[in-house]
Design a protein around this ligand. Sequence first.
Ligand code: PLP
Length: 390
Amino acid sequence: MTPIKPSDCVNRLPAYAVAEIARRKQELIRAGVDVIDLGAGDPDLPPPDVAVEAVTKALRNPANSRYAFQTGSRRLRESIANYMTRRFDVTVDPTQEVLPLIGSKEGLAHIAIALLNRGDVCVVPEPGYPAYLGGATMAGADIEVVPLRAEDGFLVELEKLPQTRLERTRLAFLNYPNNPTGAVASIDYLQRTIEICHRHGIVLAYDNPYVEMTFDGYRAPSILEIDGARDVAVEFHSFSKTFCMTGWRLGWAVGNSMALKALSKVKSYVDTGAFLAIQEAGASVLDRVEELAEPNRAAMLERRDALVGALLSVGQASDTPKAGMYLWLSLPHGVESSRFASELLEAEGLAVLPGSAFGAAGEGFVRLSFIVGPARLREAAVRFGRVLNA
Ligand code: PLP
């Protein structure tokens, strides 16, 4: 028999780190280890009651058991458009400039397939959310990995790319507030970036799931607040972090209508829309985001401060991020991140993500998520210290 094998494209995709760690974590739990998991960005807080009530009611309506298709729920699109106006003073057409997604991840991966031809250059920041690299790889793009460096504020400076690469760039991913570094982008930087995208015909895929998870008075913008952004940008939003609804799989894309039409066409061959009952729940929470996001933000702030303080007391300094749910910790010189993370897991039952899971530029760092309460985070810091100082 001729052996069957995966495609070259699948072989080019690196293993998905979060999935690997989840597998090992389960083995340790089965063996009786008290695991603290700070790996995935998956908070332990419950979803809002408003969402649970809305989905329960929606389940009773048989119309919601039908296919949603790409048009989805009119109510959700309008609720998204209203949010964009209320929150960012951005007016969007709910039919042409809004597209519900089955979690922002699927949209981020599919946009590359929607917009790139084989060999087009796609800018992928590193470290970065793996769906950017995954989508661009599946699209057969020529990937321009741009390392995010502390000395540049973890910003991607498109104008620093070689001219020949910039000319062939059709899509660039950016994510601020940034996972994993915690960096944020100034309006000046965003204006500069939009200008470059205009000049070179680049679509900017602006990944913004942490826009509501901000601290210390910092307010994160939408890319669509920037003049001219609508001509070149698509912004990705998520219900996962703001409302602690990671498993519900709901997000949306908003912005350039040509790009959204292309993305919608790809999706029409891949999925048949998010479950309508969940779209109803999404509309219900988004209509009350100002009130519902606040307790989650307050909880994350308390966790951030607990973890930063506890790590400092075991000798691990860190920046205090203005947004997001992560600490991006620089390891002592020469310490390999995957070895360190695996020692933490095996010796102390503490799961973190090695920086190398985000690509070579993440080497020398580990990422810790604020996804458990302050007491567990303090315990995590003690375990971290034991490995750091061994
Ligand atoms: N983008 C970034 C930067 C993320 O950190 C995540 C989740 O961790 C996502 C996108 C995906 O979110 P969703 O649950 O909406 O697919």
